[in-house]
Design a protein around this ligand. Structure first.
Ligand code: ATP
Ligand code: MG
Length: 272
């Protein structure tokens, strides 16, 4: 690998709308990339701790977690836990993390704490994925300040595009003021049901609006993906032959191809 490729691609999985498939995407993308022999760290930036639990790591048993990293008590290298089922590392989170907002407010560089922690380990990984909470909070801001790109999972529903403009504006603002590296990597259509005409219409609308920023891969609504977290397994491990699992593996492929293509296009900024 060339020296410029030795540091990780850092991607946020974000959408301030709740329950749209962020965590499912983060877990399954992490596992799909790990299955391609990429070194992956999944950072759980949500006090709900769903990405932690869904990776087979008990959020309340983990010795250290992201909260302690953000307040500077420990490092990612010390706090990370292995997801044996997924084949990647997890930086766990639990309810404690909701207190971080208050601690961060009093800090200088309050939106840069995660980035500083990531910088210390970014040579150890090919990909660092950040599962964001359903808010545009200081936590999410720390995620966006750390990342090279944002992946937005979305359901093809009537109001989907409306909510999207807030997020896209936030990304633009962060790009301008805090993190000039930040780009929109793409929109991922998830929980898709081809039988629903409205979903097909909204999907077409999204393509018209966002063009090649829309990933070709579409993740279907698939109950196996929803069952997997209760077993502490990524969907692609729980039932690798399910339609949902296959779609996430395909998405991993597409993402890697997109990154390579972008790297050729933007020689000056080779990572994304
Ligand atoms: P939050 O905003 O609360 O963090 P989220 O955006 O992370 O939510 P998920 O937790 O990934 O969303 O998904 C919400 C629910 O939908 C979960 O119960 C999950 O198992 C289910 N789900 C996600 N993707 C799919 C899918 N493709 N097919 C079926 N169910 C899915
Ligand atoms: Mg989530």
């Amino acid at each position: 690998m060339s020296p410029s490729m030795s540091t990780a691609n850092v991607f946020c999985i974000a959408n301030q709308k709740g329950g749209v498939g962020k965590t499912t995407t983060a877990i399954n993308l992490a596992a799909a990339l790990a299955a391609m022999r990429k070194r992956v760290l999944l950072i759980d930036l949500d006090p709900q701790g769903n990405a932690t639990m869904g990776s087979g790591v008990d959020k309340n048993q983990a010795e250290k977690n992201l909260y302690q990293v953000l307040i500077g008590d420990t490092t990612i290298a010390e706090a990370k836990v292995r997801s044996e089922s997924g084949g990647y590392d997890v930086l766990p989170a639990n309810r404690e993390l909701s207190g971080a907002e208050i601690d961060l407010i009093q800090m200088e560089d309050r939106e840069q704490q995660l980035k500083q922690a990531i910088n210390q380990v970014s040579d150890d990984y090919d990909f660092i994925l950040i599962d964001c909470p359903p808010t545009l909070s200081l936590l999410t801001l720390n995620g966006l300040a750390s990342a090279h790109g944002v992946i937005i999972p979305m359901q093809c529903e009537y109001f989907a595009l409306e909510g999207l403009s807030d997020l896209v504006n936030t990304i633009k603002r962060v790009h301008r003021n805090i993190n000039p590296d930040l780009q929109l990597i793409g929109l991922l259509r998830v929980m898709f049901d081809t039988r629903v005409t409205l979903q097909q219409q909204v999907s077409a609308q999204i393509e018209t609006h966002f063009g090649d920023k829309v990933f070709k891969t579409v993740i279907p609504r698939n109950v196996r993906l929803a069952e997997a977290p209760s077993h502490g397994l990524p969907g692609i491990v729980y039932d690798k032959n399910s339609r949902g699992a296959k779609a996430y593996v395909e998405f991993g492929d597409e993402l890697i191809k997109r990154i390579k293509k972008e790297a050729l296009r933007q020689q000056a900024r080779p990572r994304i």
